[in-house]
Design a protein around this ligand. Structure first.
Ligand code: BGP
Length: 478
């Protein structure tokens, strides 16, 4: 008997814009990410798109990426060899609705996902489908400003309905928006937002967030109509925020910082705007425009489960002087926690933080959880014999999975765990290939050179054993 249930969904996760490539194949339109370059060049258009998004760059990593569009059969065979029970991937919105505004879906785009589902069914792998993983059609960004415009809600609903109708007998688990809180941290990819000089950015971001929340409820409503057995989940970029010291003011600062992320899930899971938003919106000079019926929609169509990514915890202080030390290793700024190590990209490594986060989320919502992203971005070396000994990745995953099992033992209900970037893919934040998460290596560098050949890493065999034992080898400390 293992602590995890027999039907625990072990697997891996990817996102269309980071692995499919084939960016214009079979009628696909451009996504926002297709406008982004790699490495240092990426920072300007990502964080200051108003001035840089239409510059011409030398290389766009999403255009070919690892070309999973043409390699999916071999890749899924490797996932099956590892024993995956589940595969989380996203459907590319602009592959189905190239400009976002078409009345009918692009049949050629749908045919690609038909073939992908055929392959998954061959190996009895459960699909976990993200409907929007940083993939707003670029045409919607250009013409109406992405999620700042209410019309995007309607376009998104039409796309989701088309996909859910098509796959009503092939998918059970749907996620509406990847890392919905990212609209506050990387507004371009989170919400297709480009700010005009001098405008209240908080107003734009929270109104766009409201549109995404309403869209999520509308899609949940559609899901209930199309197939009542569907399970719809929200998706949070999680990571508990700790107080820098035990000073009560620091504790209050941590509570407020945590609310910044939980705001989204409070609405998606409980069905209403939490009372703390009154003060928050007053301070930020934010005034959310609700259309008639929005309140009822949010209330009536809440999610069935809570999925989240977890990479790191965070640390804040109430003292502005101390906060001058905030470091933005990833999309979230944090003080440096002296008890934690960091990855090569400055992300703090906190396995116990996963247990803390799981307990906090479960205590707050009492709905099943699903860890749909976790992993280590690191540089891998291929040895002369072709082997890749990524022991650091095994250590990272082992420590996190041990804490995950402890959280389940604490009483948290958990549906599954999908390792982020189970096959090497383009990094979201940096556009690099060299920031690798995979258990499967892909021969491709940061400039797009390489054969794209796949190769198993040492972690491949290790994860296979973890899955085969349903986590029991971790309980035994192996
Ligand atoms: C999450 C995203 C993923 C993924 C991951 C790792 O924020 O949902 O798309 O990329 O983080 O981040 P990165 O690729 O920047 O290392």
């Amino acid at each position: 008997m293992t602590i995890l249930s027999d039907d625990f969904l072990w697997g891996g996760a990817t996102a269309a814009n980071q692995c499919e490539g084939a960016y214009q194949a079979d009628g696909k339109g451009l996504s926002i990410v297709d406008k982004l370059p790699a490495a240092e060049e990426r920072v300007k258009p990502l964080f200051d798109p108003g001035h840089h998004i239409n510059e011409t760059f030398s290389y766009y990593p999403s255009h070919q990426s690892i070309d999973m569009y043409h390699h999916y059969q071999g890749d899924i065979a490797l996932f099956a060899e590892m024993g995956f029970k589940a595969y989380r991937f996203s459907i590319s919105w602009p592959r189905i609705f190239p400009t976002g505004t078409e009345e009918e879906p692009n049949e050629e785009g749908l045919k690609f996902y038909d073939r992908l589902f055929d392959e998954l069914e061959k190996y009895h792998i459960e699909p976990i489908v993200t409907l929007n993983h940083f993939d707003t059609p670029y045409a919607l960004v250009e013409t109406i400003g992405g999620w700042r415009d209410r019309a995007t809600v309607i376009h998104y609903e039409r796309y989701c309905r088309a996909v859910m109708e098509r796959y009503k007998d092939r998918v059970k688990y749907w996620l509406t928006h990847n890392e919905i809180n990212m609209v506050l941290h990387i507004p371009l990819i989170g919400g297709g937002l480009i700010f005009q000089d001098g405008e209240n950015q908080n107003q734009v971001m929270y109104q766009a967030a409201h549109h995404q929340l309403v869209a999520s409820s509308l899609v949940t409503k559609a899901a209930r109509e199309i197939n009542p057995a569907f399970q719809v989940g929200c998706m949070l970029a999680s990571g508990e925020v700790y107080p820098n010291t035990c000073h009560p003011d620091d504790m209050m600062a941590a509570i407020e910082k945590n609310r910044e992320q939980y705001f989204f899930i409070d609405v998606q899971s409980r069905g209403f705007y939490p009372s703390y938003t009154r003060k928050l919106f007053r301070e930020l000079d934010v005034n959310i425009h609700f259309e008639p019926g929005d309140k009822e929609l949010l209330q009536n169509y809440t999610v069935d489960f809570i999925s989240f990514s977890y990479y790191a915890s965070r640390l804040v202080s109430a003292d502005p002087l101390v906060n001058q030390q905030l470091q933005s290793g990833n999309a979230f700024a944090s003080l440096q926690n002296p008890y934690l190590e960091q990855t090569e990209w400055g992300w703090q490594i906190d396995p116990v933080g996963l247990r803390v986060t799981m307990n906090q989320i479960y205590d707050r919502y009492q709905k099943p959880l699903f860890i749909v992203e976790n992993g280590l971005g690191a540089i891998d070396e291929v040895n002369v014999d072709g082997s890749i000994n990524d022991d650091y990745r095994i250590t990272y995953m082992k420590r996190h999975l041990e804490e995950m099992i402890k959280a389940v033992d604490d009483g948290v209900e958990l549906l599954g765990y999908t390792a982020w970037g189970c096959i090497d893919l383009v990094s979201n934040s940096t556009g690099q290939m060299s920031k690798r998460y995979g258990l499967i290596y892909v021969d491709l560098d940061d400039e797009g050179n390489g054969t794209r050949a796949r190769r198993k890493k040492k972690s491949f065999d290790w994860y296979k054993e973890v899955i085969a034992s349903n986590g029991e080898i971790l309980e035994r400390g192996v």
